[in-house]
Ligand binder design. Structure first.
Ligand SMILES: Cc1ncc(COP(=O)(O)O)c(C=O)c1O
Length: 380
């Protein structure tokens, strides 16, 4: 995390709630990915954080984009990505997504056999395989389990590859993405092993896309070794699609204390909550909470950090050992660069927060705070 004085300065300048990003952390994460995965092609899953400044930074470093909506494809196009720098994922793509993908020469990740007939003529495509495993992550984050809606079965995969060829498309190979925030490398090993078993039925392939999903503490070199081994089995080039791993650590959500309340539990009420960071409520995610003030703590006293929304579930973190929080104090919620700002919502007509980037020299506002007028503009 950046020094408290820098974070204080950003909050004073831009107000709170505020998403801040440290460019050096983003570069460090990209460096770790490239060190582990060597010459694998990296497609950043922009759903994790689609801010244009971050996209431009990654695009300039040769990173492509994994897009899952027309809006995301439009962002990729807007920052200059084309052709081999765009893959389009999703279980139910719209006509607009096929059209944009065709126009830009993107690669489509086919999610069901029926999709073959919907692809634009001569499309480059990968077939997403669901390895049907028990994945060690939150149920809502598992995409490689039988209960998940994603991908074709192992049995269907060779047939879908053949259907692509028969329809005149370019069947590049296979894709697997088993979920998100996965820390246990065994899950990836098991998924790749199931794919490797398809080799006699598929023959050699041009590409194996090993997806993303790496949790922050994951053994990246270990996962990379297994992914490379699987690609080699097919004689394929390796592609990966990290989202969280690239941006999570670079981001910190700054929020100010509005007040406190003691009702049997101690509540520290802050100006950010579920509308700014929904992960604690949606996935039970635990983000590190740091008090950016210096005051003696009450003996053993802990606080539930609660947001301002009129929703009981609007709790950012429970049982935090905050030292006598006071109105105006600043709290930093860490590991918030992924699925933080991108999942923030205008629920309750709350304006989505501003975002600021520390480039090593200065703060730069990379998204202004929305105004109420922004939120109702489409209704006038
Ligand atoms: C197809 C696909 N690829 C990559 C990702 C990125 O996952 P993560 O941010 O966990 O790396 C996702 C996330 O849901 C995804 O659906």
């Amino acid at each position: 995390m950046l020094p408290a004085s820098l974070l204080q300065a950003a909050a004073d300048t831009y107000g709170t709630p505020l998403y801040t990003y440290d460019l050096a952390e983003l570069d460090a994460a990209l460096g770790r990915v490239r060190a582990a995965f060597g010459d694998a092609r990296v497609y950043y899953a922009m759903k994790a954080n689609p801010n244009l400044t971050l996209l431009r930074h990654l695009h300039a470093r040769g990173v492509g984009f994994d897009c899952v909506s027309l809006g995301e494809v439009s962002r990729a196009e807007h920052v200059g990505a084309r052709g081999e720098h765009i893959v389009i994922n999703g279980p139910a793509k719209s006509a607009g997504e096929y059209e944009a993908g065709a126009r830009l020469g993107a690669t489509f990740i086919v999610d069901r056999e029926e999709e073959v007939a919907l692809l634009p003529a001569g499309a480059r495509a990968l077939v997403r395989v669901n390895p049907a495993l028990d994945i060690s992550t939150h149920d809502h984050l598992a995409t490689g389990s039988t209960a998940s809606k994603f991908g074709v079965t192992l049995e269907q995969a060779p047939r879908v590859l053949q259907a692509l060829r028969d329809a005149g498309h370019v069947a590049l190979g296979l894709h697997v993405h088993i979920g998100s925030a996965i820390r246990d490398a065994q899950d990836f090993t098991a998924a790749y092993a199931r794919l490797e078993a398809l080799r006699p039925h598929t023959g050699p392939l041009a590409v194996l896309d090993a997806g993303g999903g790496w949790g922050l503490g994951a053994d990246l070199p270990g996962i990379a070794r297994e992914a490379r081994k699987a690609a080699d089995v097919f004689g394929a080039e390796l592609w990966v699609e990290p989202g969280r791993y690239l941006v999570a650590l670079s981001g910190t959500l700054l929020t100010r204390v509005i007040g406190t309340k003691r009702t049997g539990r101690n509540f520290c009420l802050v100006d950010a909550g579920m509308t700014e960071l929904i992960r604690p409520m949606m996935y039970g995610a635990e983000h590190p909470v740091t008090a950016l003030w210096d005051r003696p703590a009450g003996e053993g006293e802990t606080w539930d950090v609660a947001g301002p929304a009129c929703e009981s579930g609007d709790i950012l973190a429970r049982n935090q050992p905050l030292a006598d929080p006071q109105r105006g104090d600043l709290i930093a919620v860490g590991e918030a660069g992924a699925y933080g700002a991108s999942m923030s919502s205008p629920y309750l007509t709350r304006s989505r927060p501003a975002e600021a980037l520390w480039d090593g020299q200065a703060w730069q506002l990379i998204r202004r705070r929305e105004t109420p007028q922004d939120l109702w503009a489409a209704e006038e």
